[in-house]
Write a protein that binds this ligand. Structure first.
Ligand code: AMP
Ligand code: GLY
Length: 388
């Protein structure tokens, strides 16, 4: 099969590596790809959000299957457009990807189907939002409704901080339209754990749990980022598996199906293990980055078989196998990230590092002479597995 992956970060490199091991894959393409993916797949100079461009390119290049990995093209309906054009695709349609693209949608879904999550209210006007914050007190959490590159969540320690966050989102439009509506919710406590799950619209198969490290610096210091590293499995999670399956995972898949929005793809459960039991912090409609790099390092089954089963509704026929042991992905970022940083610096030592670990590329670019240059904030994800 000719397979096209849409995206160009560390997550897509990990997906490309897993798919490149499949005997069913004849030619692998990636749009836009990056300096590391170029060794496994032919990179196509198309933006990951160019829905029409990707559909047209896939049609003219005899693509048999497309894997849409990032949140933006999923929310834009790239899977819908591909399927409508007769090209099978992995990932949720826009009406199911909304579980990530709108926090108001996901909170209302959880309320309707009794899925445990933080108590909340949604607001479209600033004045009642400020009054609600005043009445509830701090700590309290303010979230932009829409996609905001993982930065639209403020865990405020004071009423003033929460009100300032609401003001900058709703009046200042700090996150554009994404912040025009906000969710204000109770601050939960407890360890956080991520569970990614394969879904085929009806069935769900959880992957080994994981946990990402969000702060930029060591010792849980510094600003929040998209993720500076991840481990799998999470040491916090083991006793909660059955309870999460029964109270959260299966009810979520059933809820989306009941709403006429069956979810096919990877559903990301961001959970907090609170003193009252596991609760949902957030849903994503895709693999996490860098959780994907750690988790897929443990996969033994052919990833293309799994993706096809998700697309075809046959996940219950598949026995998905994982390696024993643990995986860790450590991100190397440009100095200054998540603020401003330089680009275009040469990277050396990749081959040596590759002898001992798998070096996934995120923000890198291949120069004409084969030199790899930095090209983003998160640059590399050095990933290894071991017994614990
Ligand atoms: P989100 O983008 O929704 O995952 O939020 C980003 C981070 O904010 C989460 O990983 C949590 O650490 C924190 N967070 C979000 N919602 C809550 C909440 N209700 N209580 C405590 N922390 C939260
Ligand atoms: N690492 C968090 C995310 O991908 O959303």
């Amino acid at each position: 099969m000719n397979v096209l992956i849409v995206g160009g970060g560390g997550r897509e490199h990990a997906i490309a590596r897993a798919l490149s091991k499949s005997e069913q894959v004849e030619q692998l393409y990636c749009a836009p790809g990056n300096g590391g993916i170029a060794a496994l797949a032919q990179c196509v100079p198309l933006s990951a959000t160019d829905v029409d461009g990707v559909v047209a390119w896939a049609q003219t290049h005899s693509i048999d299957f497309v894997v849409v990995a990032p949140d933006d093209p999923l929310a834009l309906g790239m899977v819908d457009a591909l399927e409508d054009a007769g090209i099978p695709a992995f990932g949720p349609r826009a009406d199911a990807a909304i579980i990530e693209a709108s926090k108001i949608f996901s909170k209302n879904l959880m309320a309707k189907y009794h899925i445990p999550t933080a108590k909340y209210q949604t607001f479209t006007e600033l004045a009642p939002a400020l009054a609600y914050i005043e009445a509830e007190g701090a700590p309290i959490v303010v979230k932009a409704d829409g996609l905001a590159l993982g930065k639209g969540v403020i865990v405020a320690q004071t009423v003033a901080e929460a009100q300032e966050a609401a003001r900058s989102m709703m009046d200042g439009r700090k996150f554009g339209q994404a912040g025009a509506r906000v969710v204000i919710e109770e601050c939960m406590t407890g360890p956080e754990v991520t569970v990614l799950a394969f879904c085929d619209g009806e069935h769900l198969v959880p992957m080994p749990s994981s946990q990402d490290h969000k702060r930029a610096f060591d010792g849980n210091q510094g600003p929040n980022t998209g993720g500076m590293g991840a481990i799998s499995p999470s040491p916090n999670y083991t006793p909660e598996v059955a309870r999460c399956m029964e109270e959260i995972f299966l009810p979520t898949v059933a809820a989306l199906k009941a709403e006429g929005r069956p979810f096919q793809g990877v559903l990301y459960f961001g959970l907090m293990l609170t003193p009252d039991g596991p609760k949902v912090v957030e849903y994503n409609a895709r693999f996490g980055d860098p959780e994907c790099q750690a988790v897929l390092s443990l996969l033994e089954t052919d990833l293309l078989d799994i993706f096809l089963a998700c697309r075809n509704g046959t996940l219950d026929h598949l026995n998905i196998r994982w390696k024993d042991g643990a995986a860790c992905c450590l991100v190397l970022a440009s100095g200054g990230y998540p603020g401003s940083y330089a680009k275009g610096l040469p990277i050396t030592g990749l081959e040596d590092a590759g002898q001992q670990a798998v070096v996934f590329h995120a923000g890198t670019k291949l120069g004409d002479d084969g030199t790899v240059f930095t090209n983003g904030g998160r640059v590399l994800g050095v990933t290894a597995t071991g017994p614990d």
